[in-house]
Design a protein around this ligand. Structure first.
Ligand code: SF4
Ligand code: SF4
Length: 494
């Protein structure tokens, strides 16, 4: 059994045989074959709370891509255009600073959250756990029966139980794959994919089929191994948790030495006795979706689903003993000390998270209303369009950063007679839309010194500050006659 460095002192007594295997994962037999886990659900107050939250989250996960804030989806990670919309704000690939602050802030707050509350995300809110435990396992139990109990309904007894189970899995996987894709593909586009023939959009159909297949593989076959071997968050637990983090813990001081068939029961936890409270019924192991024995201490596989708490509380209640032999507690609390909320890592994480939130908010508020880029057009560096009037051709690339349709005008400053003549003016853009506008910049030939004229191209939106870009027009030098040898191209302003 793999354990983290924070493992509690090993309890006396034995658990299930493979707990002593040493190096075998809870989902593997010692010969390397798959150990299929069929956890038995344990009703109780924690399961009720998880169910209530889980169904709320399922509704939320399904609805989020369809909810609009200011005309934009709450979440849309459009990979094809590389536009990431979060809470109605669209981040563009050029928003490197904002995206870096957002990612860093998210990571540090996860560290803080984990240091305080352990793997509460894994057991309570991760879509993998929520869909597996609340949707796929109940479906499986409906068709296969509950482990350790007789097959109770006609479906379970029928030969069609298995095919019906897989058909149901497939239908749910189809639904989930569409929900998942709605986070990456605009919902209007997804609707078109769903309603048209697959032959009209074969590549998109293949994407949908592959995602459905992956869902089926994950929830039908791979299951808890995703948390065990694929999820990086689970692997980092040993570094993120400490002895004050809140975790699901077994109390060995109260439970050990464990034993079956006791005749002496302890009405109060901690009362002197030669026998511990654990009756070694194994229910906490039978109910564990990670296939571990919590009595062996904190383990990497534990997703803190609290099922063992419910199982053990039910046993203790039946025996007339205090509940909480397995409970939410830090390792220090289990060892008899106090749980410290403030400690170096939580203080540092809190400071860092606060700084990142402030920096992100300031960067967001200072973000311009549009992204503007000026690009020189290939070809002649300059032309003389009329006697004494020099023209440079550029492309002005504008991305609308306002959350609504807006018009942008382009002007040129730097010389009283300098003019910007855009192909379209003003330029009307939908939210987050981009347009490259060909613009002719003109200035009198006499304004150029050594073949250059510094100017400022300004893009003005409906509100907010104008966005200016410095640019150097190319033209005839003092010693060069207009239209003869073009001056070397001055550098572009990014
Ligand atoms: S459910 Fe409780 S009493 Fe039963 S084996 Fe687990 S810890 Fe011991
Ligand atoms: S040990 Fe308990 S909390 Fe951890 S995964 Fe198993 S049942 Fe859930």
């Amino acid at each position: 059994m793999t354990t983290t460095p924070h493992q509690s002192p090993p309890p006396r007594g034995r658990s299930r045989p493979d707990a002593d295997a040493g190096s075998v994962l809870s989902t593997l037999n010692e010969d390397g074959s798959r150990r299929w886990l069929k956890p038995r659900p344990s009703p109780g107050r924690w399961l009720n709370r998880r169910r209530a939250l889980g169904w709320f989250l399922i509704a939320l996960f399904t609805a989020l891509p369809h909810i609009r804030v200011g005309g934009k989806p709450v979440v849309l990670l459009d990979l094809t255009t590389r536009h990431f919309t979060i809470l109605g704000h669209t981040f563009l690939p050029t928003d490197t600073l904002l995206l870096a602050l957002l990612l860093l802030g998210t990571f540090i707050s996860i560290f803080l959250f984990t240091a305080l509350l352990g793997r509460v995300w894994c057991g309570w809110a991760c879509p993998q756990t929520v869909y597996l435990e609340l949707v796929f396992r109940p479906i499986e139990r409906f068709f296969d029966g509950t482990p350790g109990r007789r097959k109770s309904n006609v479906v379970q007894k029928s030969a069609l139980a298995k095919p019906l189970k897989f058909i149901t899995f497939f239908l749910v996987a189809c639904f989930l794959s569409h929900t998942f894709l709605a986070y990456f593909v605009p919902t209007e586009q997804l609707r078109v994919w769903m309603t048209r023939s697959p032959f009209d959009h074969l590549s998109s159909f293949l994407v949908m089929a592959v995602v459905t297949g992956l869902m089926l593989f994950d929830f039908g076959f791979f299951r808890e191994q995703t948390c065990l071997v694929a999820c990086p968050y689970g692997r980092m637990q040993s570094t993120l948790l400490d002895r004050n983090s809140l975790i699901v813990s077994y109390d060995p001081r109260r439970g050990e030495p464990r034993g079956k068939g006791k005749t002496v029961s302890l009405p109060v936890a901690g009362a002197p006795s030669t026998q511990g409270d654990c009756v070694d019924c194994g229910l906490c192991v039978a109910t564990c979706p990670a296939g571990i024995d919590i009595r062996n201490g904190l383990q990497m596989e534990c997703v803190h689903c609290t099922q063992c708490i419910d199982a053990c509380d039910a046993v203790m209640s039946k025996l007339g003993r205090a509940t909480g032999l397995i409970r939410y507690a830090s390792q220090n609390e289990i060892d008899g000390s106090r749980r410290r909320f403030l400690r170096p890592r939580t203080i540092i994480y809190t400071i860092l998270t606060s700084l990142l939130v402030i920096a992100f908010t300031m960067a967001l508020l200072a973000a311009p209303i549009a992204n503007v880029q000026v690009l020189r057009v290939r070809g002649a560096v300059y032309t003389e369009i009329q006697p004494g009037v020099i023209a440079n051709q550029v492309q002005v690339k504008i991305i609308n950063r306002l959350g609504r349709r807006a018009e942008f005008s382009i002007t040129l400053d730097g010389h009283p007679d300098a003019r910007a003549i855009p192909e379209t003016n003003p330029v009307a853009l939908e939210p987050s839309a981009m347009q490259s506008v060909p613009v002719m910049l003109t200035a009198p030939a006499t304004a150029f010194a050594r073949g250059k004229l510094p100017v400022v191209i300004t893009v003005t939106g409906p509100e907010g500050k104008p966005i200016s870009r410095k640019y150097v027009l190319a033209g005839p030098g003092n010693a060069v006659r207009p239209g003869s040898t073009p001056a070397p191209a001055p550098k572009e302003t990014p």
